[in-house]
Design a protein around this ligand. Structure first.
Ligand SMILES: [Zn+2]
Length: 191
């Protein structure tokens, strides 16, 4: 087992992933913009206390494996205890990931008439899905690349679905006057 220390004294540390939570006590909480996203963290048990360090850039684990002295920077992070998972944990690491759990990232945007006209003329949901364990992105099937107010389309790499949507009470043709674009592919033979 790797020697992990906090302030030079042995501590128990475990590399995990967890979903970032908010904390009211720190108005300047550095990770507030990350709340709701899954990150690499390290759980530290030391002196009867349990706390978490951010480890997305490896800084948490680096500190603990270098004696845990103040010389090594770290970032405390607050996480949702129900979201904790072992990092890259699989029954057999030589077998491909069975892709059993997923994280979906959904962002709903309001589309305004122009920079100077704040009238909302449409809405769009951008949706991405990753395997929670191996982080492999998933691609959308059967969706053309581009962006359209008339139908769901996807990014060129097919990992982000861009789906127009409208309030339930709006007319069916809501937002259809918006411009869009399509990305077309041609094989070299057709060129
Ligand atoms: Zn996977």
């Amino acid at each position: 087992m790797t020697d992990t220390r906090w302030n030079g004294e042995p501590c128990t540390a475990l590399r995990l992933t967890a979903i970032v939570a908010d904390i009211d006590a720190f108005p300047q909480y550095w990770a507030r913009h990350l709340v709701g996203t899954r990150r690499n963290v390290v759980r530290v048990e030391y002196g009867g206390e349990t706390f978490y360090l951010d480890d997305e850039d490896g800084s948490g684990w680096n500190k603990l494996t270098h004696g845990g002295s103040p010389h090594w920077a770290h970032s405390n992070i607050v996480i949702d205890p129900d979201s904790v998972q072992l990092r890259g944990h699989r029954a057999d690491p030589d077998k491909p990931c069975p892709h059993e759990n997923f994280d979906a990232y959904v962002e709903v945007n309001r589309v305004t008439a122009s920079d100077s006209d704040a009238t909302v003329i449409g809405y769009a949901a951008d949706i991405k899905v990753n395997c929670r364990e191996c982080r492999e992105p998933f691609r959308w099937t059967g969706v053309p690349a581009g962006c359209s107010p008339r139908q769901p389309m996807c990014s060129v790499d097919e990992t982000e679905l861009r789906a127009p949507l409208r309030p339930a009470s709006a007319d069916p043709d809501f937002g259809l006057g918006l411009p869009g674009f399509a990305v077309n592919y041609r094989s070299p033979k057709e060129g």
